[in-house]
Design a protein around this ligand. Structure first.
Ligand code: UT7
Length: 319
């Protein structure tokens, strides 16, 4: 597969750390020093679907193709507007991709990597040629805004990539899951509540995270996954131009850089202005890096995601 277009979309409202400090017991100093995050975009009028459609249209424009040319749409999200229909089907309708098979993937912050891997498998059947891969989240609606240890970390947004089966630029893909650690980062769905088991009116539950457990998981697993992906691709770590990591915490990114013995300037970031956008964070970053002309033909790029599940994924691409 080859990525032939990218796009992204962010809500217009920007909320700084200082803004949050006015409404909860936190500070710019705490958030910035613990995470690197300075501000995040929060949806007010925007929806997950609207952001995903905007990012997808930009990616299609850049690829120079229309919705009708797409035969596969995979949306990675944990915060779609509806449990069903899926976000991918909503996007399909909005972009007129009437020839596409469309479905969602739920793999937390690894979602974009898992969606890419799934498209690669679909391409291998020979029955699909052009896929639209989306990561889109409005996590702000799933936050407990009274839980300062979690709500300050996340933001809203969407990223998309058009991928083509024509040329094979995906040099390797590594994925993994550890369900045993899953409760470290969770959000309950609706409980069983029906004619036969009546719990009464239910309130929605929100995201809960054991930050230090997830932190330890990330710094242990991500360097391993990247090393494995590089080995499979037969690429040395020094040949990689950029490492595009899920944007959860600058300290995690610095730790991965250190473990891989790579300079930190090979790890572009956007968590400063976006926070953690879960499945959308890698494609939003990819779009930014491409938009700034930082990637040239032939460059080797690593992308890596990690998060809820627990799950992780890493791939090596040649541009
Ligand atoms: O995308 C999915 C992947 N997610 C991640 O990768 C997240 C990984 N985890 C992390 O990034 C870090 O664990 C956090 C940023 C979430 C937390 O950093 P930490 O250095 O592990 O802080 P902590 O949880 O140990 O909290 C330290 C202190 C506590 O106070 P005490 O008990 O030491 O007095 C917290 O109550 O900081 C307090 N605290 C806050 N203070 C001000 C927690 N949240 C805040 C806050 N503002 N927002």
């Amino acid at each position: 597969m080859k990525i032939i277009g990218t796009g992204s979309a962010l809500p217009s409202k920007v909320v700084s750390n200082d803004d949050l400090a006015q409404v909860m017991d936190t500070s710019d100093e705490w958030i910035r020093s613990r995470t690197g995050i300075c501000s995040r975009h929060i949806a007010v009028e925007e929806t997950t679907t609207g952001l995903a459609v905007e990012a997808s249209k930009k990616a299609l424009d850049e690829a120079g193709i229309s919705g009708e040319d797409i035969d596969l749409i995979i949306a990675a999200t944990v915060s779609s507007d509806y449990l069903f229909p899926t976000l991918a089907c909503e996007v399909q309708a909005a972009i007129g991709a009437k020839n596409a098979t469309a479905f969602d993937i739920s793999a937390g912050c690894s979602g974009f990597l898992f969606a890419l891997a799934t498209a690669d498998g679909y391409f291998a059947t020979g029955r699909f040629q052009k896929a639209l891969i989306i990561g889109a989240e409005v996590l702000s609606k799933m936050m407990d805004w009274d839980d300062r240890s979690t709500c300050v970390l996340f933001g809203d947004g969407a990223g998309a990539a058009v991928v083509s089966a024509e040329e094979d630029h995906l040099l390797s893909m590594v994925q993994g899951s550890d369900g045993a650690g899953g409760m470290a980062l969770m959000c309950e769905n609706r409980p069983v509540n029906n004619l036969y088991r009546q719990l009464g009116p239910q309130t929605y539950s929100f995201t809960k995270m054991n930050g230090s457990e997830v932190y330890k998981f990330a710094v242990r697993t991500v360097p391993q996954a990247i090393s494995e992906a590089l080995e499979k691709a037969q690429i040395s770590v020094d040949q990689v131009k950029y490492f595009l990591l899920h944007q959860a915490n600058l300290r995690i990114i610095e730790s991965v850089a250190k473990r891989l013995r790579q300079p930190i300037d090979k790890f572009p970031t956007n968590l400063e202005e976006c926070g953690n956008v879960s499945a959308a964070s890698v494609p939003i970053l990819l779009d930014k890096v491409r938009g700034e002309g930082m990637i040239e033909k032939g460059d080797k790029i690593v992308m890596a995601g990690f998060g809820a599940g627990l799950t992780w994924g890493a791939c090596v691409l040649e541009w």
